[in-house]
Design a protein around this ligand. Structure first.
Ligand SMILES: Cc1cc2nc3c(=O)[nH]c(=O)nc-3n(C[C@H](O)[C@H](O)[C@H](O)COP(=O)(O)OP(=O)(O)OC[C@H]3O[C@@H](n4cnc5c(N)ncnc54)[C@H](O)[C@@H]3O)c2cc1C
Length: 292
């Protein structure tokens, strides 16, 4: 299908984009990679009168580590994450996530900022960023504020972003020694959205005791889920097969999947259990040795 007519803006500064956004309000939509918005417009499920293309705004495409954080600019593409040596060596869970999103054509355009702002519970980055306790930077004409990812997803396809704000950056705390993480996704075929996805990030001390655990789930609730019960249980535990098995069971109990063409409730819940166990095991391997 062909989208309805719209007026297109291509601002070259953040201030210009924010001014347009405030002026046109709910009639406007921001355009990043277009991989979610354009299909919706073609199906006429989204009919914005004004499109504000933020791709020409300098500075939103930076990927760097500073002040104890990995900074991911809103316009960083999935392919940038896949190719980054910094991400491969220091944040392998982020690379795990980027490389299972759609296909190479999608990943060349789709942005991390758009992935979060769109707030599709089937999107993969939210679970990983929940596990990593990341935060997003929301910028408006009145300044910027940071929102923990754990407070960012407020409802189905809904975020804490105000209508006149742009998500400008994602900040991930740099992992301390003894940390490792992994994202594992079950899909019907390569390139599909997740039946279930699980992100796990752990930190262990020299005795093998878990001092921090983060677990996020994809597509098993109206919003991405952070599994507080399993995280709290793991803290202080020796991270081994027994504790991992129990944490995986807690994650399965926390999931709130719905039956659809990807599977029944019981199947999805059990896949949460299986994938949580695998993600924690992989996270532990990475925390214990060189990242892979
Ligand atoms: C064939 C296909 C397969 C896919 N498979 C997967 C998958 O397996 N896993 C997955 O996670 N995703 C998947 N996607 C979705 C893809 O990752 C999307 O591109 C992503 O969710 C949105 O990013 P975008 O840059 O394309 O955003 P856009 O489509 O440009 O925008 C999406 C929404 O977010 C808003 N927005 C965008 N950027 C910002 C910003 N910086 N600040 C505020 N609001 C903003 C827009 O206004 C719009 O409402 C797939 C897409 C396609 C087409």
């Amino acid at each position: 299908m062909i989208p309805p007519q719209f007026t297109y803006f291509a601002p070259t500064t953040l201030h210009e984009a924010l001014t347009l956004l405030r002026h046109y309000g709910s009639e406007a939509k921001l355009l990043s990679g277009g991989q979610s918005l354009i299909p919706l417009m073609k199906l006429r499920l989204a009919t914005p009168a004004y499109l504000i293309d933020i791709n020409r705004i300098p500075g939103l495409d930076r990927l760097h580590e500073s002040n104890g954080f990995l900074h991911i600019g809103a316009l960083i593409r999935e392919a940038d994450l896949e190719r980054s040596e910094l991400v491969r060596t220091q944040y392998p869970i982020v690379r795990d996530t980027a490389r299972v999103i759609g296909d190479p054509l999608v990943r060349n355009l789709a942005t991390v900022g758009g992935n979060l702002a769109h707030a599709d519970p089937a999107n993969d980055h939210p679970a990983t960023l929940l596990a990593l306790e990341a935060e997003v930077v929301a910028t408006g004409l009145d300044g910027e504020r940071t929102v923990p990812v754990a407070e960012f997803f407020t409802d189905f396809f809904t975020t804490a972003l105000r209508p006149d704000e742009i998500l400008t950056e994602i900040r991930i705390p740099a992992p301390i020694a003894g940390s490792g993480g992994a994202y594992i996704k079950l899909e019907r075929k390569v390139g599909d959205f997740a039946i279930v996805g699980v992100a796990a990030q752990v930190t262990i001390n020299t005795m093998g005791i878990c001092t921090r655990a983060g677990i996020g789930l994809t597509n098993v609730a109206p919003i991405p889920l952070k599994v507080h019960t399993a995280e709290a249980f793991l803290q202080g535990q020796h991270l081994d097969q027994d504790s991992i098995t129990h944490a995986a069971q807690l994650a399965a109990e926390a999931a709130r999947p719905e039956a659809d063409l990807r599977g029944s409730i019981a199947y999805k819940r059990d896949m949460v259990r299986v994938l949580t166990s695998r993600a924690l095991t992989r996270a532990l391997e990475r925390a214990s040795g060189p990242t892979a």
